[in-house]
Design a protein around this ligand. Structure first.
Ligand code: MN
Length: 244
């Protein structure tokens, strides 16, 4: 899926301010002001869900979805916008902002909340009630090339998700060499934060393993949550992310 299509699907082309994790927070193109002291105020907003809160049942329960999307992700967006305002950052894409972060202790708000916004936007987008059995086409080829087989990839990804101590994410990403790799990051970090992670790349699939993502339904059984996550992955979206 191209950027434009992603925006359409996520309902992110609302009038006025911009929006998606994959676009910038520039003023709208039709802004008639070039005066930086009089810039149209802009902010990032949450993409709409492509499905109802209960649509991923029984694999992901409705209450978890409602709280996760409506409270957690919404909170990250709100705090990210506040952190951007504090840092006087505007006109930069989310990926550029995340890629520029350093471990200087001054950008924790941007790191946690910008990461939280990107990560959750990707997470909602690569899940579907319809599910899909396996990747196909270029994505299947890339997975086989990098890991040997889909099953080997699945084992590696699941282990990364299971063994992330505390809160964080496991990822399938496209590396700077174009090859796929699996990694895991703490908190709301992700492989776009090139100064902060071991392996840099563009995430095309991610699983949230914070307890807030599964505890209501699965309690301590993170492994069962990971197993069932595979039943709701939209591999066509992951394939589109690979091409982007
Ligand atoms: Mn989360």
């Amino acid at each position: 899926m191209k950027k434009r299509e992603f925006l359409k699907v996520t309902g992110a082309l609302a009038a006025g301010t911009v929006i998606s994790p994959f676009t910038s927070c520039n003023p709208p193109a039709n802004s008639d002001s070039n005066d930086s002291t009089n810039e149209t105020p802009v902010s990032f907003t949450q993409p709409k869900l492509n499905f109802a809160f209960n649509a991923l049942e029984p694999n992901i329960d409705a209450q978890t979805m409602e709280i996760h999307y409506g409270k957690h992700h919404a909170g990250y967006v709100r705090k990210f916008n506040a952190a951007l305002a504090d840092a006087k950052i505007s006109g930069k894409s989310l990926t550029d902002i995340l890629g520029s972060l350093t471990d200087d202790g001054k950008t924790t708000g941007l790191r946690n909340n910008g990461g939280g916004h990107f990560n959750h936007s990707l997470f909602w987008d690569i899940m579907t009630p319809k599910g899909a059995s396996a990747p196909s086409g270029d994505l299947a080829d890339a997975i086989n090339a990098a890991f040997g087989s889909f099953d080997k990839f699945k084992d590696l990804f699941s282990t990364a998700a299971k063994t992330r101590f505390g809160s964080g994410w496991a990822w399938l990403s496209k590396g700077t060499d174009g090859k796929l790799f699996v990694s895991s990051t703490p908190n709301q970090d992700n492989p776009l934060m090139k100064n902060l992670v071991e392996k840099t790349g563009t995430p095309i699939l991610g699983i949230d393993v914070w307890e807030h993502a599964y505890y209501l339904k699965y309690q301590n059984l993170r492994g069962d949550y990971i197993k069932n996550f595979f039943k709701v992955i939209d591999w066509s979206k992951v394939g589109a992310n690979l091409k982007r």
